[in-house]
Design a protein around this ligand. Structure first.
Ligand SMILES: *Cc1c(COP(=O)(O)O)cnc(C)c1O
Length: 337
């Protein structure tokens, strides 16, 4: 792309050439359509607008060191989209359809894949919505799966850098047996007020506690939580956490590096015992945390101001696999031709 300043890319939306769409009608998925319009036209009684039939995904495509086009763990995203669809009764897009749409949208927008070496990537946003009209509370009969892309820079303009997090108790993102484990828009709606307030109060993000007992760390607004201590990677186990593919990958890499991995309840008090803590997700990979403040009790847990050695090693290893600098021993990267 001649007039894009790759080095200055943030994490925002930039218009690309095409998006790809596929409708589910009359009980089956139709043909994939490439579309240059950024707009969609749907019925005003579509279920996505009234009853929250809306799920999404987020994954990244990288320009590798040797110039190839690399997608990270797309199959996990496709499987999670199917799980979200099952969770809120939407039509399930088959894995092959997801892959075909992914390859098509990436190829059609190849000129927007940032060059190797800028810390940037092409972010892919799959979106599945109920487009069929229903006035009574019922799942739609028609669905739209759309994949669009936008080039993104490193999540933190300053680079890999520690942030402060705030524990909130007056808002729950998701109920224990609610939709927290599905990547649905409603969870984000539920988190917006506390996330925006957290930003206004000077925090990078907020951490939610389990909604039932208010004792255990659940996750951050858009990212999972983990802590490191005694050569162990610890991450919360909970029915209301979104199963992060980054977290799944970090657990494997931690194990590869000889760390123990524990997925279990993490009581808030345990925060004082971690050597390093961080949040993880596709956007930033790892966001190391320098301080966690409980908004209600005022209690503060302090950590180093700079990324710790294990967070740094995990971050470099994961990014190295994504960019093709390190051997992809787990077969996580799919090359798009
Ligand atoms: C998407 C998301 C994550 C991160 O998942 P990744 O697959 O690692 O990108 C974590 N928490 C929530 C609530 C999310 O929506």
């Amino acid at each position: 792309m001649e007039n894009l300043d790759w080095g200055k890319l943030g994490f925002g939306y930039i218009k690309t050439d095409y998006n790809v769409r596929c409708y589910f009608r009359d009980g089956k998925w139709g043909e994939i359509e490439a579309c240059s319009s950024e707009e969609i036209s749907i019925h005003m009684a579509a279920t996505c607008l009234h009853y929250g039939q809306d799920a999404f995904e987020g994954l990244k495509v990288f320009r590798g060191k040797n110039g190839d086009i690399r997608v990270f763990r797309w199959e996990e995203n496709a499987k999670r989209l199917i799980s979200s669809a099952q969770g809120i009764l939407m039509a399930e897009p088959p894995l092959e359809l997801f892959l075909e749409m992914l390859e098509r949208v990436v190829n059609l927008n190849e000129r927007f894949i940032p060059p190797y070496g800028m810390g940037a990537s092409l972010y892919v946003r799959p979106l599945l919505i109920g487009t069929g009209a229903q006035v009574g509370v019922n799942p739609a009969k028609e669905y739209l799966l759309i994949l669009f892309v936008t080039p993104v820079g490193p999540y933190f303009k300053e680079g890999f850098k520690n942030v402060r997090m705030q524990i909130v108790r007056d808002v729950d993102r998701a109920a224990p047996l609610g939709t927290g484990r599905y990547k649905v828009g409603g969870n984000y709606a539920a988190s917006l007020s506390s996330v925006v307030r957290g930003h206004d109060e000077g925090f990078g993000s907020v951490l939610y506690l389990d909604a039932k007992e208010k004792k255990y760390i659940d996750e951050a607004g858009p990212a999972n939580f983990f802590g490191i201590k005694n050569n162990t990677y610890v991450t919360p186990d909970s029915t209301s956490i979104l199963p992060s593919i980054t977290n799944m990958s970090l657990r494997q890499l931690a194990q590869d590096m000889g760390l123990k991995v524990e997925q279990r309840h993490v009581p808030e008090e345990e925060l004082s015992t971690f050597e390093e803590v961080g949040a993880c997700g596709t956007a930033a990979v790892i966001t190391p945390i320098s301080e966690i403040v409980d908004r209600e009790t005022g209690h503060s847990f302090k950590y180093a101001a700079e990324p710790g050695p294990i967070c740094t090693k995990l971050y470099k290893q994961l990014q190295g696999i994504q960019y093709g600098e390190v051997e992809d021993t787990h077969g996580w990267v799919h090359i798009i031709k």
